[in-house]
Each structure stands twice: as structure tokens, then as C-alpha cells.
Ligand binder design. Structure first.
Ligand SMILES: NC(=O)c1ccc[n+]([C@@H]2O[C@H](COP(=O)([O-])OP(=O)(O)OC[C@H]3O[C@@H](n4cnc5c(N)ncnc54)[C@H](O)[C@@H]3O)[C@@H](O)[C@H]2O)c1
Length: 432
């Protein structure tokens, strides 16, 4: 099939390349000329394991193309996927849909034969209706069908998640579009993915409800971790004990920093705004957001306690600064609300991240990037393990850190406190 992905970011690029690998002809479009020119040279704009190899393979065999020309790309394609960003609006908690609506306006000027227009971007309920309205102002409804197909991939596992999804959700009442999309996804369905055809509005809400639920799970275990800290229980035991119950499941049940990233923070806020519009109070999700906001201050408070309030001139090292491992995404990473405060209190921050230096941290005078783990932790008074990269799981701290009184605050509980005690390393985890 001939596909066009509009927006070549985490979702558009990954799903585009995976669709091309399944034998479709895919054009990935973006308004960012540098991004498209780099992709044509084999330079991948994001860190995602396995992505580079897959892009280069499919670009070479011409199944995958890159373009900045939306009009021409839409003309050449049968199915158009909208994959642009839907961040939080500047002055409210609602999703900013301006990129989506702009694309809808551009698409309507390029339609001359039947097209299926699919929203893969996470969009609030009724956005599909709005897109349909925008396009039908210029084109008869017989020329297009607007479908919702939310994407559930996780950064860091994106190729695997796209290729082996738990479910594929297609929101449309249009039988022809449903049949074509089911056919497009048939290689994944035959590998075991469940295919669900619902109304467009239900598909839109499934995505928000799923993200809000996962954010709730993380926040729930983080609060249980707070209780564990007071009563000498290890939260890891609670996660295992709860997670083995099939009704609960072990995933997203690990205590750690506040949830972050490009989805949960904005999507939890957006679903509340949608519900408010319909005068429905999503009180559980509201308290999840509140609790998550407090999480970073709570972890900071522990840092102050660990350092006995003496922050000034302390060398603090952050291992990993992205919101989770295996991604370069800094959007709403928990450390972005911790590092500036520690910096203001006079700490000297060093950080190392396997995906390199971060522009979000260059503005701070005493925040420096180190090129490897060794130089990052060498002079540390306190090492904060902020992200769960495999690279951080077997560090010989004793051999590497010069200051023999160094302390570790492991916000991901990747080390065992008993082993650390045996090594006579002062070690703190979360929820223990
Ligand atoms: N990142 C994830 O893990 C993830 C997972 C599932 C769903 N989503 C959703 O998918 C959507 C995209 O997220 P993302 O992380 O890929 O965003 P992103 O910011 O990485 O990519 C969006 C891309 O769209 C491009 N763009 C914007 N307007 C355009 C236009 N008019 N024409 C062409 N290109 C345009 C931007 O230049 C950018 O490259 C969001 O709604 C997000 O909530 C994201």
C-alpha cells in the first residue's frame, strides 16, 4: 500500500519505517527541512534502538522516502497518517491541536481521489469529528474517511512495540476503511496482535484512558514506596507480590522518580480538560497529577536529608537524565525539576547520559556534561542513579570514585542495598 506519514518524529518515523519494512511504500514527511535532509543522508534524528539499521535498509531499497513536500506526498498516497505533536497548550492544560488542524487544512488541498486519513497523534475525543469538518469544507465526504488509530509504542522499545503490539485499535464506522486498515495491519495480526474496530471517539478515548491508567499505576506504587520508607519495608517486595496477581500485572509497578516523558504528563492533563468540558470530574486522575507533582520535591527532600542539608559545593552526579532508559527524550524528565533547584542551592552537578549532552541543561552555570561514567562519578560526593540504563547496572563504584565517602541515591533501585552494605558503600534506594 502507499502510505504517507505526516510528522517524522518518534511516532511517524518509527511507524513509517516499520510499515515500509512490511513491504509498503512509505513517504515520511516533515516540515523540518534539516531533519529530512539528514534522514536522506542516513542521519537519524532520535535515539531509538534498531531504528538506524531499519531506516537505512528500507531507504536503500526505496520502500521508504523522505520529503518536505506534503502536497505531493499526499497525492501519491492512499493512506495518510497524521503523526504531528499534540503538546499541552501554553496557557491551559488542554492539548494544543494546532499542528493537527494545520495538517488537516493542508491535506484537504491535496485530495483528488479517495484517501483514508488516520490520526496516529494522541488527540482528545471529537478531534476526528473536527478534522472531518475541516476537510469537508473543501472536499466532498466521498473523497475521504477520517479514522482514529492511536499509537501505543513506548520510546526505547518502539520497534518491538510497533511490530508486536498487544492490540491495534481502529476507530471508524466506515467499512471500506476498516477493511483496508485491517489488511494493512494483517502481518501484525497474524503474529498475535488483537485487532479492535470501535467508534472513532472510543478509539480516541482508549488512548487517553490507557495512558492515564499507566500513570496511575506508577503514581500508586510511588505512594506505596513512601509508606514503605517509614516502616522498613522494601517496596520491591511489594511490587513483586502485587505484580504476580494477573489482575494487576508487574509492569509500570516499579517505584522511582515522577513519571515524565512526552505522553503521560500531557495526556493526563488533556483527559481532565476533556472531561471538564463534559462536566465530568476525573478525580482519580486529578490526584495522580497532584501526587506526581509532589514526587520530585519529595525525592529532593531525601537528597537534602542524605546530604544532611549541606548542598553547597557538593559534587552531585546524575547518571542518566532522560525520562527513562533507551531514549534521548528529555520532555518532562523528572530531573528537569530537580537539577535547577540543586544548582540554585550551590551544588556542582555533573551528569552523564548515554545519549549525550542535553541542550535543556546548558543554561545552568554549574551543570556539566561528562563524556563517560568514569569521569562523571570520579569526584562525586553523591551519585544519583536517575535512569535505568543497562550501562549503570554494574559499575565498580569503589574503584572509580576518588572520594571514599561518596553516597549513592539509587532512584531506580537497580542495586541491592544488602550488597552495597557488604561493600561498605553508603546507599539509599527508594521505598526502602
Ligand atoms: N513519543 C511517543 O512515545 C508517543 C507514543 C504514542 C503516541 N504519541 C503521540 O504521537 C504524536 C507525535 O508524537 P512524537 O513524540 O512523535 O512527536 P515529535 O515531536 O517527535 O514529532 C512530531 C513531528 O511532526 C512534525 N510536524 C509538525 N507539524 C508539521 C506539519 N505541518 N507538517 C509536517 N510535519 C510537521 C514536527 O516537525 C516533528 O518532527 C503525539 O500526539 C504524541 O502524543 C507519542
Amino acid at each position: 500500500m502507499k502510505l504517507c506519514m505526516i510528522g517524522t518524529g518518534y511516532v511517524g518515523l518509527v511507524s513509517g519505517v516499520c510499515f515500509s519494512d512490511l513491504g509498503n511504500d512509505v513517504i515520511c514527511v516533515d516540515r523540518d527541512t534539516d531533519k529530512i535532509n539528514n534522514l536522506k543522508k542516513g542521519i537519524i534524528p532520535i535515539y531509538e534502538p534498531g531504528l538506524s539499521e531499519l531506516v537505512n535498509k528500507n531507504y536503500k531499497n526505496k520502500k521508504l522516502k523522505f520529503s518536505t513536500n506534503l502536497k505531493e506526498s499526499v497525492k501519491q498516497s492512499d493512506i495518510i497518517f497524521i503523526c504531528v505533536g499534540t503538546p499541552t497548550k501554553k496557557k491551559s492544560s488542554a492539548a494544543d491541536l494546532s499542528q493537527v488542524y494545520k495538517v488537516a487544512q493542508e491535506i484537504r488541498n491535496s485530495i483528488s481521489k479517495f484517501k483514508i486519513i488516520v490520526t496516529k497523534s494522541t488527540v482528545p475525543v471529537i478531534t476526528g469529528d473536527e478534522i472531518e469538518k475541516i476537510i469537508s469544507q473543501k472536499k466532498s465526504k466521498k473523497f475521504f474517511s477520517v479514522v482514529s488509530n492511536p499509537e501505543f509504542l513506548r520510546e526505547g522499545e518502539a520497534i518491538r512495540d510497533f511490530s508486536y503490539p498487544d492490540r491495534i485499535v481502529i476507530g471508524t464506522k466506515d467499512k471500506k476503511s476498516n477493511k483496508i486498515l485491517k489488511n494493512l495491519y494483517s502481518p501484525l495480526i497474524s503474529k498475535g496482535a488483537k485487532y479492535i474496530n470501535t467508534s472513532r471517539r472510543a478509539a480516541e478515548l482508549i488512548k487517553y484512558a490507557s495512558n492515564a491508567f499507566l500513570a496511575t499505576k506508577i503514581t500508586f506504587i510511588n505512594e506505596i514506596a513512601n509508606l514503605c520508607e517509614k516502616i522498613s519495608i522494601n517496596v520491591e517486595d511489594i511490587s513483586i507480590g502485587m505484580g504476580l496477581d494477573k489482575r494487576i500485572g508487574s509492569r509500570f509497578l516499579r517505584a522511582g522518580p515522577a513519571y515524565g516523558g512526552s505522553c503521560f504528563p500531557k495526556d493526563t492533563k488533556a483527559i481532565i480538560t476533556t472531561a471538564d468540558k463534559f462536566k465530568v470530574n476525573l478525580s482519580v486522575i486529578k490526584s495522580v497529577i497532584e501526587s506526581n507533582k509532589k514526587r520530585s520535591s519529595l525525592l529532593l527532600k531525601r537528597v537534602f536529608e542524605i546530604l544532611k542539608g549541606k548542598i553547597k559545593n557538593k559534587n552531585i552526579c546524575f547518571l542518566g537524565v532522560t525520562f527513562k532508559a533507551n531514549t534521548d527524550d528529555m520532555r518532562d524528565s523528572a530531573c528537569l525539576s530537580m537539577i535547577p533547584i540543586l544548582n540554585k542551592k550551590g551544588a556542582k552537578i555533573n551528569y552523564y547520559d548515554p545519549t549525550g549532552i542535553k541542550k535543556e541543561l546548558t543554561q545552568y552555570k554549574n551543570v556539566k556534561y561528562s563524556k563517560d561514567i568514569k569521569s562523571a562519578i570520579h569526584n562525586s560526593d553523591l551519585i544519583i542513579i536517575h535512569t535505568e540504563w543497562n550501562d549503570f547496572k554494574s559499575i565498580n563504584f569503589k574503584k572509580t570514585v576518588r572520594n571514599k565517602k561518596f553516597i549513592i541515591f539509587d532512584m531506580r533501585n537497580i542495586y541491592s542495598s544488602s550488597k552495597m552494605n557488604k561493600l561498605k558503600i553508603k546507599y539509599f534506594g527508594v521505598g526502602a
